[in-house]
Design a binder for this molecule. Structure first.
Ligand SMILES: Cc1ncc(COP(=O)(O)O)c(C=O)c1O
Length: 375
């Protein structure tokens, strides 16, 4: 008799009874949008990241778009960002008619190389969208200094980095606009959802208006002070978010333990490098577990080997400038960002989530070692 193939999925949210209770409360109240759950979630989230203000929105992408709006980015402007990221961090510039300019990344951290950012600044540059990729904090001080020197807005795409710290302080507490995302593979989830945090009350008021069709505090439901969007987070999602924030500390500890277990297991496997360890200035929050293959190893064969053994994996992350629509629109080609392109060819994600069992991790790493033998 054939035994069923063991299957280890790439990611999974952790939803518990408290989350169910909070969501049910909202459903039973009948107040499904613009009710009390929204502000309750925003307050709890702001507290969790040490930000004075938080505006919840319908997705991380929506949060990035609004942040680009706040930065006054428009047609003809350039926005410098990372090629080694999820497409939303570049798309937000295009939504407002600006051109994304890709500065290469640091091969150690996979985040924007400040020297490459400095070199990419032109008289048209309006903003820098800095990404904390895979939860590893980017070089905030250096990037902020460049932005200050050239009069640019700094927007932090912290969508993958909830709980991370830069120079001892949580991301979100450093003053500038920071954007968060709560898709179910993230550290915490609201289903779909996101948030923008800031130390500026003026920015927060503008965000709250822009996400709600440009309505102003003072006006009525059908009075619109500015061109806005429907980027609201509904109350059911906000209630789930509240439950998730309540256990965020526990989530972060458990994810840290899963990552530490992988690092231990992978130390015995040749041909693959574990993610960069923390240092005094950078404390990662674990979003995904992305490993780097040595040059010369056939990634496709490794991924096929994992698949055969029931272990999910994903090619994280393709370089954004080489996506079909980017090539077509801007004529971007290979060789523009060699570090990012090299990483894109060699990195991939192993199964990773808050409650990933130790024996599943052992099985995944055994499967990886076996796949590497024939790659
Ligand atoms: C770096 C980064 N930016 C932006 C986003 C967009 O978030 P959302 O999917 O909520 O729109 C994501 C989500 O995967 C992301 O990883």
């Amino acid at each position: 008799m054939k035994t069923a193939l063991r299957r280890i999925q790439l990611s999974a949210p952790w939803i518990d009874e408290r989350d169910e209770e909070l969501v049910l409360e909202v459903l039973r109240s009948g107040w499904l949008s613009l009710g009390p759950a929204g502000p309750r979630f925003e307050e709890a989230f702001a507290r969790a990241v040490g930000a004075p203000h938080c505006a919840a929105v319908s997705s991380g992408t929506a949060g990035l778009h609004l942040s680009i709006r706040l930065a006054g980015v428009g047609p003809g402007d350039e926005v410098i960002t990372s090629p080694y990221s999820f497409v939303a961090s570049a798309n937000c510039a295009i939504y407002e008619g600006a051109t994304p300019v890709f500065a290469d990344v640091d091969p150690r951290t996979f985040n924007l190389d400040p020297a490459a950012v400095e070199a990419a600044v032109t008289p048209r540059t309006k903003a820098v969208v800095a990404v904390d990729i895979y939860g590893y904090p980017c070089e905030l001080d250096e990037l902020r200094a460049i932005c200050d020197r050239h009069g640019l807005a700094l927007i932090e795409d912290a969508c993958e980095a909830l709980g991370a710290r830069y120079k001892g302080e949580p991301l979100g507490s450093h003053g500038h606009l920071a954007v968060w995302a709560f898709y179910p593979n993230k550290q915490m989830t609201t289903g779909e959802g996101g948030a923008v945090t800031t130390s500026s009350e003026r920015q927060w008021r503008e965000l709250v208006s822009l996400r709600n069709q440009g309505r102003a505090d003072s006006g009525g439901w059908l009075e619109h002070a500015r061109l806005g969007f429907n980027y609201r987070l509904d109350d059911v999602s906000a209630a789930l978010g509240l439950g998730q924030v309540e256990k965020l500390d526990q989530i972060l500890v458990l994810r840290g333990q899963v990552a530490a277990r992988y690092a231990e297991l992978l130390a015995a496997v040749d041909g693959v490098e574990a993610p960069l360890a923390d240092d005094a200035d950078h404390e990662r929050s674990w979003f995904v577990y992305v490993v780097t293959l040595d040059r010369g190893i056939d990634r496709e064969r490794v991924i096929a080997g994992l698949e055969e053994r029931g272990v999910a994996s994903a090619r994280y992350l393709p370089s954004i400038h080489l996506q079909p629509y980017m090539r077509e629109r801007y004529g971007f080609r290979e060789g523009m960002c060699p570090v990012s392109e090299d990483l894109s060819a060699r990195t991939f994600a192993l199964p990773f989530h808050t409650r990933l069992a130790a024996d599943d991790q052992e099985y995944a790493v055994e499967a990886l070692a076996a796949s590497l033998q024939v790659a």
